[in-house]
Unconditional design. Structure first.
Length: 135
């Protein structure tokens, strides 16, 4: 039994897929059933880098650090919570919120490294007082 052909897209040094080489591979694999050249090239134009599928919007790959309504709403929801945040809840926060919440801790501890989580908690309690809602 013959193994099915596995297509690997041709990639340039800068990690971009090359349409004409992919077209050649499709022609080798599918002969007469290959889509026309125009459809292949149009597909590459539609499927830009940073998109997972054609219905996705464009992505930059970096979280937004600008002030926008979503960031404001996220902060508002955090400030309305009156319970201590667990480790898992903090890990699920967007990066921009984690930076805001822990900037005081980072500045007080000055990038110090600790051998255990307990040691980090002890140092935190020495230098950082309770964070109030106004802060």
């Amino acid at each position: 039994m013959e193994k099915p052909k596995v297509l690997k897209p041709q990639v340039q040094k800068n990690m971009k897929i090359i349409p004409h080489k992919s077209l050649a591979q499709l022609q080798i694999a599918f002969d007469d059933e290959t889509p026309c050249k125009t459809n292949i090239y149009n597909g590459f134009v539609e499927f830009k880098p940073g998109r997972i599928n054609l219905s996705d919007g464009f992505r930059d790959g970096h979280p937004s650090t600008t002030v926008n309504n979503k960031n404001i709403d996220d902060m508002r929801s955090i400030s309305e919570i009156d319970v201590p945040l667990t480790y898992h809840a903090i890990r699920s926060l967007p990066d921009t919120l984690r930076l805001f919440l822990f900037s005081k801790i980072k500045s007080e501890l000055g990038g110090e490294r600790f051998s255990s989580p307990e040691e980090a908690v002890e140092e935190h309690e020495k230098y950082v007082s309770e964070v109030t809602m106004e802060e």
